[in-house]
Ligand binder design. Sequence first.
Ligand code: D41
Length: 682
Amino acid sequence: MNDQVSSMTDSAIPDNLRELLEKIRRLDYEYYVLNESSLPDSEYDRMMQLLIELEAKHPEWVLPDSPTQRVGGQPQAGFTQVQHEVPMLSLDNAFSDDDMAAFYKRLQDRMNTTGSLELACEPKLDGIAVSLLYEDGRLVRGATRGDGTTGEDITANVRTIRSIPLTLRGDDWPKVLEVRGEIYMPRAGFERMNDQAREQGDKVFVNPRNAASGSLRQLDPQLTAKRPLEMCCYSVGRVDGGTLADTHFDTLNALAGWGLKINPESRVVTGLDEMLAFYQYLLARRDELPYEIDGIVFKINSFQLQQRLGFVSRAPRWAIARKFPAQEEMTRLLDVEFQVGRTGALTPVARLEPVFVGGVTVSNATLHNMDEVERIGVHIGDTVIVRRAGDVIPQVVRVIEDQRPADARPVQLPEACPVCGSAVERVEGEAVSRCTGGIHCDAQRREALKHFVSRRALDIEGLGEKLIDTLLEKGLLHTPGDIFELTADQLVELDRMGEKSASKVIAAIEAAKQTTLPRFLYALGIREVGVTTAANLAQHFGTLEKLWSASEEDLLEVDDVGPKVAAHVEHFFAEPNNRLEIERLVALGLTWPDPKPVSASMPLSGQTWVVTGKLEALSRDEAKDYLQRLGAKVAGSVSAKTHQLVAGPGAGSKLKKATDLDVPVMDEAEFLEVLREHQLWQ
Ligand code: D41
């Protein structure tokens, strides 16, 4: 920051510069607080560049709250202490509906009423509580909550967070306004940051909260600036020279009007039943939210009533945090087993003493790969922390090392495949170890068959995991082709298989012979060829014959196909056994229609679309299907060549990339409108 100009105000600079500053601030507000943008990023970058040039020529025009001044200054030696004039209170917890009912009754009793009470409710963000001090609308100090009385001055770090305005919008704010809230790291940013750290062998954070805390505690604000932090406001502290609304909810909305971010899920409810209903509602949506929450905070809405209720031992009587089931719990690692996947990859799986976490009982968790095992330093017998957040599979994230028993033993990668005994190899530079048994490994064979019949592949209903296992055991099934030689008589012989279900399975197998080229290619289980790549390959080559004689160069022409995928595809078709199996499948009657040539008259031909986030009315697969029917290519990642991104809620890095690259973005409603235009949607 430029100290000599820190007292300068907007009036001391030329009009055109002031207008430029206002435009950039407006765009920052739209993008970082409202999550929308009215101009492409290129335009923003151009304005920012202009500002940087102007300021370089005229250092005397650099305002302390210029967008260029978010990262400034030198790394600090330490953080100085800050006294909170108005203490930052803590929150009592409720863990059940009974606790909530007791809280509500206490409120009614204290207020001598049996009438309904009005409470504001908001998600309880899992981050770090902070205080922002604005004087004359300018951010002058940021501090951590600390113990509620004494915190640390983190002004330089909070200035780097784009959703925190350096200057308040409007002009009706109090002269001195202390705003409180939570700084947190959204899930997508957390995952992205950890992925990068893992790639570079850097420290990985165990959860978004620790990541936020670690990022704020950086003495060098340049490092904080690189972390995807956000801030949501939930109360006010000191207020001088102005007044606020009468209720918590109206005050939040006033904060929003001044350009501060508030939680869009916040609302006001009346009575205990509505409080409990809001808890259920948000609990059900917990995994969809783009950030982690550990509960809901309920606050008496009226400031007057808050005042009357007061507080006891640093916690207000008028507020409570209803906690969600914890997403991290402690348990014991009983053993580590290695699972063999379709491609032979060995995944270490933790067998745990069952523990209730994130709302379910967990007895298995993934350890990803041996690099991860080493990174966590886990031994069998250890007490570990298991985490289950969002829809993802439970993970072992940490070890409590000082609780390691004397007989704990290190986890060892087996030298031979636990299923087929073939050698296990670890490719240089890859974290994954693989069984080299290929199709001779029962585990790989089983997984390949399961994949072949799965929903997005040949979709053979009735031929599930259990039946495949039985057929493998009886020696009736070895490779995919065998499926089409099964007879009803053979099936009836099996346990728990009546004539009716046997003929159903046979009928489903018969029906599956009529398939499509994309499905067939996906079903083959070529490494790194998912649904989208399979569809792109089919569309590009048109026929299987053309694809299997394609050179690596030809393959690289296909959207979304890089050298790695190209090599896998080429390798797959070069293998005589694979060719024989495909020929056998065709001889057994597998057919697919020739793909319609992509004519220039198709509405979206020549265009590449990407679909991301959660869609409501249709699945992402269906969306892709429709797009392909309109002639569009569907890619898995956004690049400069992308014509359009369809983004549902929860869209993360792809949305960001699209905005960065000026790729047009539409939401689901707009997408359905496109489908409607082409008579593909009601
Ligand atoms: O989202 C949160 N983590 C959150 C924390 C919230 N939405 N509201 C909060 N309200 C308060 C009071 C009622 C004391 C103003 C809080 C916290 N406190 C809080 N955060 C850390 C300690 C207390």
